[in-house]
Design a protein around this ligand. Structure first.
Ligand code: SF4
Length: 119
């Protein structure tokens, strides 16, 4: 079974993107970048630690420590749509994550971008 850790933007998660529901709905429906999964569950939603992303590596290490007593750890990391679409530090942030986690990193999460707002 895949254990999914979603990394999102601290300035967007549950603030601009209320309740992080778009990532969670997309995962539950297996839409967007979650469409390939059959047997999978969400392990957690982690914010990047704020601009310019300097805290991401220790925060990833904290995920391991925080879940160790439950014998849980991510098997795949998704970079959330909030980062993919809006983060000016995205390239450095993603390269740090890829260099750190030792599991696959998928760039993207939900597909629900606003459309036809005034239509
Ligand atoms: S580094 Fe990027 S993802 Fe993190 S808070 Fe800043 S803009 Fe958001």
């Amino acid at each position: 079974m895949e254990k999914v850790l979603i990394v999102g933007c601290k300035r967007a998660m549950d603030d601009i993107c209320i309740a992080c529901s778009r990532c969670l709905v997309a995962f539950n429906r297996r839409e967007g970048e979650f469409s390939k999964y059959e047997d999978a569950e969400i392990l957690g939603l982690l914010n990047c630690g704020d601009c310019p992303g300097a805290a991401i590596v220790p925060r990833l290490a904290q995920v391991k420590l925080w879940n160790a007593h439950m014998e849980e750890k991510p098997t795949v990391v998704h970079i959330a749509t909030c980062i993919m679409d809006h983060c000016p530090h995205k390239d450095v942030l993603i390269s740090k994550i890829k260099a750190t986690v030792g599991v696959p990193v998928v760039e993207g999460s939900h597909p629900y971008r606003p459309q036809n707002v005034f239509a």
